[in-house]
Ligand binder design. Structure first.
Ligand SMILES: [Zn+2]
Ligand SMILES: [Zn+2]
Length: 201
């Protein structure tokens, strides 16, 4: 099956257009399939994948409890494929992306700094009532699991063990999280960015 260029009619093989990819025709027009690929129906939980330029934003979304996939240096094709297959909204700073890929669910982040980017994304997607600080690993994006003090005793400073009794652990990287100075810092950033939100637990 051929896909014709809308300007000159030259035909291209359909396999060139997987995941909504578009290409330049030799005549200078852009060629792609008409129908935009729809990402799978929105699940109860909003999920994201961030492009290579948005690593800091991805970590902060995770700190607020949101599922945000990220790999440094991910090629565009892989970014789009994961977004479509896993039903993730694609967060990008690359204005060419929505031209090169006819895919629903690409959101172009306009802000420069990560704090402003975070505020922009939380506002745009109405996430402020779903913040769950300290529920997801900022490095791996995995959900944290509750663990006892005894299980993490060798990996937590003694003074923390004396004053804290609730710990959570990343099942992948084994990083340990607890309420403390780190979560206070997150809370302060959130309160400054989102003055009308309730940072939750
Ligand atoms: Zn053409
Ligand atoms: Zn982890």
């Amino acid at each position: 099956m051929g896909v014709p260029c809308p300007s000159c009619g030259r035909s291209y093989d359909v396999s060139l257009f997987s995941f909504g990819r578009t290409i330049w025709c030799r005549c200078g027009s852009r060629v792609g399939l008409e129908a935009r690929l729809a990402a799978p129906a929105a699940s109860a939980e909003k999920r994201f994948i961030a492009d290579a330029m948005l690593g800091r934003l991805a970590r902060w979304l995770r700190l607020l409890g949101f599922d945000c996939a990220y790999e440094s240096g991910i090629p565009d094709e892989e970014l789009i494929r994961r977004g479509v297959e896993e039903g993730r909204t694609i967060l990008s700073r690359d204005r060419r992306l929505p031209e090169e890929w006819r895919v629903e669910g690409i959101y172009l982040v306009r802000s420069e700094g990560f704090r402003e980017q975070l505020a922009e994304v939380v506002r745009h997607f109405g996430l402020s009532r779903e913040l769950r600080i300290l529920t997801r690993c900022s490095e791996c994006n995995r959900r944290l699991a509750g663990v006892s003090a005894a299980q993490v005793a060798s990996r937590v400073p003694a003074r923390v063990l004396e004053t804290r009794h609730e710990f959570r652990e990343c099942p992948r990287c084994r990083r340990v999280y607890w309420q403390g100075s780190h979560t206070e810092r997150i809370r302060r950033v959130v309160e400054r960015l989102l003055p009308f939100s309730d940072p939750g637990n």
